[in-house]
Design a protein around this ligand. Structure first.
Ligand code: SAM
Length: 313
């Protein structure tokens, strides 16, 4: 099986390992054997597409630059294909899986790896700060996962916004979502997700991953994206909450001008005149659309509108 990779992180050769270690779960014949042994039926609603491509897994491991002392968090370990690779290379892997049928499979598949802390939970229901403490994730963690695509954005934004210690997030996501995360102003993929991700992290598209690298094949193309946590945001604003409200409102209806989107937003309380004046004050035309503004421009606009009074919603 092949993968089309972009840019220049070389995949780690996963076959080059101690022969006394357990077989690699991700080898297609081993994955199939596990699925047959447990008569496992995939659940679509959990976004279950298991990775069976060693080159892609080697690329994920290389992108995350896994080190002996690393603390890792995995969301959705499946049958443990990626978990095994992390467990062999790092200090500890905390893996959160929602599907109870996978818990007994994981316990068996990963029995040789005492550094895996397996948690049966819905990741979306966790109080992340408490969870990190409880599981000894007390210094910057690497989040490495082949994510369930139906909750990609809330997982990533939840991690960044919660303020838990993170050094990077290396995740398999839908190709289109990866493009949006790294998009620049003016492109058609550019939007609220690009700005939110780029406020917290530096994105790097590490690999394009074709459908045949998974079982079952997903309906969409995938990509591995690495988000390196910034030490501090690239822009400063007096009102971060207002800045993100402006960003969300600006891309709510893409074809509208910024003046119309912001003055028409039920979450905001600015008149057309106030928005027009604020745009002029920061050197922008009143016909401008959200997609033309970078983070710096949104920060300036937030600072300018912040002086206009309280934010509603
Ligand atoms: N990591 C495995 C691999 O690469 O083969 C499986 C990846 S599969 C795309 C996504 C996994 O996330 C599945 O195991 C699924 O059951 C799990 N999952 C889905 N929703 C979840 C949630 N809310 N919390 C935790 N795990 C979840």
């Amino acid at each position: 099986m092949s993968s089309h990779t972009k840019k220049n992180i070389s995949a780690i050769d996963l076959r080059d390992r101690d022969p006394s270690l357990p077989p690699l779960i991700a080898e297609p014949q081993n994955t199939i054997a596990v699925l047959q042994k447990y008569d496992f039926q995939f659940k679509k609603q959990f976004g279950q597409n298991f990775l069976i491509d060693l080159h892609v897994l080697g690329k994920i491991a290389a992108s995350a630059d896994l080190k002996e002392d690393d603390l890792c968090l995995e969301i959705g370990p499946g049958i443990g294909s990626l978990t095994q690779i992390m467990a062999e290379r790092t200090k500890k892997v905390v893996a959160v899986e929602i599907d109870d049928r996978l818990i007994s499979i994981l316990n068996e598949n990963l029995a040789a790896y005492p550094n895996v802390d397996l948690v049966h939970a819905d990741f979306m229901s966790l109080d992340l700060a408490a969870f990190f403490k409880e599981h000894g994730l007390d210094r910057p963690v690497k989040v490495v996962a082949n994510l369930p695509y139906y909750i990609t954005t809330p997982i990533i934004m939840g991690l960044f916004e919660s303020g838990v210690p993170l050094s990077m997030v290396v995740v398999m996501v839908q190709e289109e979502v990866a493009q949006r995360m790294q998009a620049k102003p003016g492109s058609k993929e550019y939007g609220a997700l690009s700005l939110a991700v780029q406020y917290y992290a530096e994105p790097y598209l590490a690999a394009h991953v074709p459908k045949n690298c998974f079982i079952p094949r997903p309906n969409v193309g995938s990509a591995v994206i690495r988000l390196t946590r910034r030490e501090k945001p690239p822009v400063r604003t007096a009102n971060e909450k207002l800045m993100f409200s402006l960003i969300r409102a600006s891309f709510g209806q893409r074809r509208k001008t910024l003046v119309n989107s912001l003055s028409g937003s039920p979450q905001l309380s600015f008149s057309k005149e106030e928005v027009t004046e604020a745009l002029h004050d920061i050197g922008l035309d009143e016909k401008v659309r959200g997609e033309a503004l970078d983070l710096e421009a949104f920060a300036r606009l937030a600072d300018r509108l912040n002086k206009k009074g309280p934010l509603f919603g």
